[in-house]
Every structure is written in C-alpha cells, then in structure tokens.
Design a binder for this molecule. Sequence first.
Ligand code: PLP
Length: 296
Amino acid sequence: MSNHNGHNGHSVPPILLTISGFDPSCGAGVGADLKTFSAHGCYGVAAITSITIQNTQGVEAVHNTPSAELKAQLDALAKDSTLEAVKIGMLGNRGNAAAVAEFLDANKFGHIVLDPVMKASSGAELLDAAGIKYVATELLKRASVITPNVPEAETLTGLAIKDMTGMEAAARKLVEMGARAVIVKGGHMEKAVDLLFDGSAMMPLAGDKGKEESLHGTGCTFASAVAAHLAAGRTLLEAATLAKAYVTKAIEKAYPIGKGRVPLDHFYRQKIEPPARGIHEVPQHGMHPAAEPTAH
Ligand code: PLP
C-alpha cells in the first residue's frame, strides 16, 4: 500500500480504479464503486464501459463505450497514478472485455476484483453473449478474485445451483477454469451465506438476509469494498468478511431515492450530527479567512 506524502506533505490514500458502467441514479455502477472507495478512505478513479439510461425503476437503454475509447481512458489513468487495486464490473460487450484483458496484461496490479456482471436485477442485459464467453475463458484467469452471484456462477460454469453443495461445486469449477479465488454470493439463496474458495479451503461467510425489499447496487458495492480491503493489505478472508459486514449495514441503513429499487447508504458511518449550538457560536479565531462569516 503506498501511503507516500504528496503535495503539502498530505499522505496519499490508496488509489483504486473501477472499470464499469455509469448508472445515472448512482445506486450501482461506478457511482456505487466510487462511494464505496471513499467510504473506505481510498481515492477512486473510474473508466466508463457504458453509459446506461436508468433510474431506480430499471434500465431503459445501454450505450456501450467504443473499446478504443475505453482503452484510452484506462491508459490515461495508468500512466498517471499508481493504482493499488482494480475493480471490474459491467463490461457491456466482448470488445470492452478484451480491452480490459489487454490493459491488465500490460500493467501489473496487486489486486484485481472481477464482478462478472451479466444482468441488472431489473432484467436488462449488461454483457453480451460473446462477452460472457470471454469472461469465462479469458478474463477470470486474470483476476485475484471473482465475485459471481448464483445466476452468474451458473452461467459461467453451466452447473445448476440449488444449495450450498451446488455453490461449492461451482466454486471448484471456476477455480478449475482458471480463477485464483472465488466468492459465490448467496444473496439469491434462502440464507444469504456467501462461499469463499481460494483453491484449497471452502470458507462459508454467514450472513443475514435482512430487509426483503428490492435493492440496487449490492454486488457493485461488495466487490468494491473487497478491493478496498485488499488494497489496505488485508487477506482475502478478512476482506470478504469486512465487505459483507459493510454491505449488510449499508443495506440496513438504505433509504429510497426514487420510485423503484433502493440504493445502499454507503456513508452510514459518516453521518454528520446537527451542530449542538447555533452557527453564531462557532469560534471565529484561527479559522481560515474564507470560512469567516464576514468574508461573504
Ligand atoms: N448498472 C450498472 C452500470 C451496473 O454496473 C450494474 C451492476 O453491476 C447494474 C446496473 C445492476 O445493478 P443491480 O442489479 O444491483 O440493480
């Protein structure tokens, strides 16, 4: 983890890259990723794979970024900053998946978290069929960990998953297919137990099913939190456990912003208490001139 001193001696937090789509309602995609990075004390940068037209009620359209432009965004970021971890989400199509693979091959990143996003919870396709095949045969090999939910694990492996035994079989198969480690997310199952497999040990991560309402952006948030904890030097088991706790709490504190699905409260830890005293009682001495009421 680089924590060198930058401008004015301020320490620089880990810089994390998300490669994903833009959801204008910011419940999922790069909006959710950047909020998650910030909530974990990291600086987030983003390369946009797709502009989606969506709100909390669903995805209305998807406009994928031309692959050459995605590649240019990635190269511009990598030549400028040291990126401690990369989180990959929605890719849109095979061309963008291949651009990302090329980028990963040209750079050495310590931590790569791949969330193999295929469909929105509302049903829209977020990765084409050729892209799914490319993720299964090429991209998953390049990741430190992949974080499929049950339907994604079924599509990648061709196995039907009904229970924990099915999740274990899929996790084993994904490692056989080249993944270094897998977290199969059990949010779609009766009990929200996730399963972490690192090629040797199967580690169930217990969870609460919690609120039953329709949520938005849980997968993006979880994978981004895993990336932040890995960048902070934690083990994969610690990162996954802490990320799950963060998502659970962010779900518990979630509030509706529109008429549809509910985004998470990424900043539940940073709630600002109302000032105890009137603003006129705030001490004036030692304040920056720009913050003095009389300066305005
Ligand atoms: N939109 C974008 C840009 C995404 O990256 C994702 C998920 O990864 C979604 C939408 C779907 O989010 P959800 O299934 O939580 O609604």
